[in-house]
Design a protein around this ligand. Sequence first.
Ligand code: GLP
Length: 241
Amino acid sequence: MFKIIIKEKYEDLGVEANLLIRDLLQKKEDAVIGLATGSSPLGLYKAMIDDCQNKLTSYQKVVTFNLDEYIGLPIEHPESYRSFMERNLFCGLDLDPDNIHLPFAKDAEDEEACLTYEELIRRYNIDLQVLGIGTNGHIGFNEPKTSFDSPTHIMELTKRTRLDNQRFFDSLDDVPTHAITMGIATIMKAKKHVLLANGVNKAQAIYDMINGPISDEVPASILQKHPDVVVILDKEAAGKL
Ligand code: GLP
């Protein structure tokens, strides 16, 4: 079930989403939070850091799980999702480093890494998962046609996703071709989702997620079956609703 919140501008998205994080941490100081990368959650991450530094929240007992990671980039590469998270969130929170989890696969055949990450997530239970959405409707790195039953797995990225993410690299050739990602079944197990999207280039994916048929062509459409999804949009991303 979707609760849709439409805000005037990008900055308001993060503020709104942060209220849900605050609320969760007030009720459960050892909450398990799923995290996403990309531009969409950056405002939220800034608001989380502000709260933590102003002692409104504490992450000392919080456990985090990231959705995905590129394959083929060393962890210290500035565009690895580990580096992204360090730079944009972890550096400003009082998290215990032992409680931070990101998947990591050494190559596109590393099935072991998928099993290990999936098992670890199962031992916890994600209370709140932050999500963005790809222009093709992907969540995490679950590209169109991914099985709704998929656990953590390795995905070959579509040309469209690689083109979307090219802005962070020198050229398309530098954008990794594969990623390890929580599967759709993994994502669906989270108790609550907060999905953030902004900009006109997300409007069609948001429309399809909410109003389209539930189809593996639009991986995010499976969220229609989840009991608790808060969708926070700016006016452009909500433009087709
Ligand atoms: C990447 C990530 C997704 C993210 C998407 C949208 O492909 N794997 O988790 O939701 O990009 O990114 P952005 O928020 O930058 O538009």
